[in-house]
Design a protein around this ligand. Structure first.
Ligand code: BTN
Length: 337
């Protein structure tokens, strides 16, 4: 993979989506025109499409805004900011969740309860989805965010927390006027049956005492269709849904603020204060669905969630309470979980 860091200054100049001549770029970056051309050639590896026109120069097919710590912080009120231990932006990493978990294992995150460590990347080479799936993570187009929080009350206290995170993302996106949002159990964010965002929650440490919650969030912002060819499930992005380019720094600020406030709410009241909101946003409610577990499947009608965040499935055998993330929910129009 390309060492993305060396390309960042060039990407930064071209991020405006306008033409820049080779000589202008060379002058600004203090390198030769042929070095510019060589670097532009590497953009394809990052999934960035460039138009090169004789006499005009180079232009990114899709303009982009690079993530910037100062811009993200600018959108976070001081009171919330004080709970952020660190916020880092990586050019490229295997997975922001794996990276954060490595830092935890190496003892490099000395968080206090209630504090957050936030990790973002412009690109993931091995982005992780739920149930062992890959999360395709092209450069600069989406949000790959991991927030780590220390919990000192054991894993049991986190039951259902992933649903609260899903609703926090819905709240953040609604504030940014994204229409047609819905949640699909346990934690997919959809628009018209197409996946817009997903959450991967991982827990490490002592399951009955101090443990670290690693909350991974992937949000599709503006994907070049070519980079999503391997994604088998129906997907969408904010550009398709709103018709506008989303400011990714602002989006991160909003999502971070809403997740932090939802987790505070969860800590104080548990999942119960989210249940009505979940039912209002639940795209599966009262729908005929098929629940697929390893090796078996069961049909039923989705009847929302229990007080602990389990899926309630009305089947011919009666109401089944489905726990955990080992299941996949299928409906004829939504052919993946
Ligand atoms: C899903 O399958 O719906 C969960 C997708 C979670 C993707 C995010 S992107 C940031 C973080 N790092 C990862 O490797 N995965 C999560």
């Amino acid at each position: 993979m390309t060492t993305t860091g060396s390309l960042l200054p060039l990407i930064g100049i071209l991020s405006d989506g306008r033409f820049h001549s080779g000589s202008e770029l060379g002058r600004q970056l203090g390198i030769s025109r042929s070095a510019i051309w060589k670097n532009i050639y590497k953009f394809a590896e990052l999934g960035l499409e460039v138009h090169a026109v004789r006499g005009k120069g180079y232009k990114l097919k899709y303009p982009l805004t690079l993530l910037e710590t100062s811009r993200i912080y600018a959108g976070i009120p001081d009171a919330t900011r004080s709970s952020i231990f660190q916020l880092e932006i990586l050019d490229t990493i295997d997975s922001t969740n794996s990276h954060a978990m490595r830092l935890i294992q190496q003892g490099k995150l000395s968080l206090q309860p209630g504090q957050y460590s936030i990790h973002l990347a412009e690109q993931q080479s091995d982005g992780k989805g739920r149930r062992g799936r890959q999360w395709i993570s092209p450069f600069g187009q989406n949000i790959y965010l991991t927030m780590v929080r220390l919990i000192d009350t054991g894993v049991i206290a986190t039951e259902g927390i992933t649903l609260a995170v899903g609703l926090a993302i819905i709240r953040a996106l609604s504030e940014l006027e994204v229409p047609g949002l819905g949640v699909k159990w346990p934690n997919d964010i959809l628009v018209e049956g197409r996946k817009l965002a997903g959450i991967l929650l991982e827990i490490s440490g002592d399951i009955s005492g101090i443990c670290q919650l690693t909350i991974g969030v992937g949000i599709n912002v503006r994907n070049q269709p070519e980079s999503m060819e391997q994604v088998s499930q129906p997907w969408t992005d904010l550009y398709q849904v709103t018709g506008k380019a989303m400011n990714r720094n602002l989006l991160v600020s909003q999502v971070v603020c809403h997740i932090m406030s939802a987790l505070k709410e969860f800590e104080n009241n548990g999942l119960k204060s989210f249940i009505a909101e979940w039912q209002d946003n639940d795209v599966m409610k009262d729908q005929q669905v098929e629940l697929v577990t390893t090796g078996s499947s069961v049909q039923g009608i989705a009847r929302g969630i229990s007080e602990t965040g389990a899926l309630l499935l009305q089947t011919s055998q009666g109401m089944q309470v489905i726990n955990g993330g080992e299941v996949s929910l299928r409906k004829s129009v939504l052919n993946d979980s």
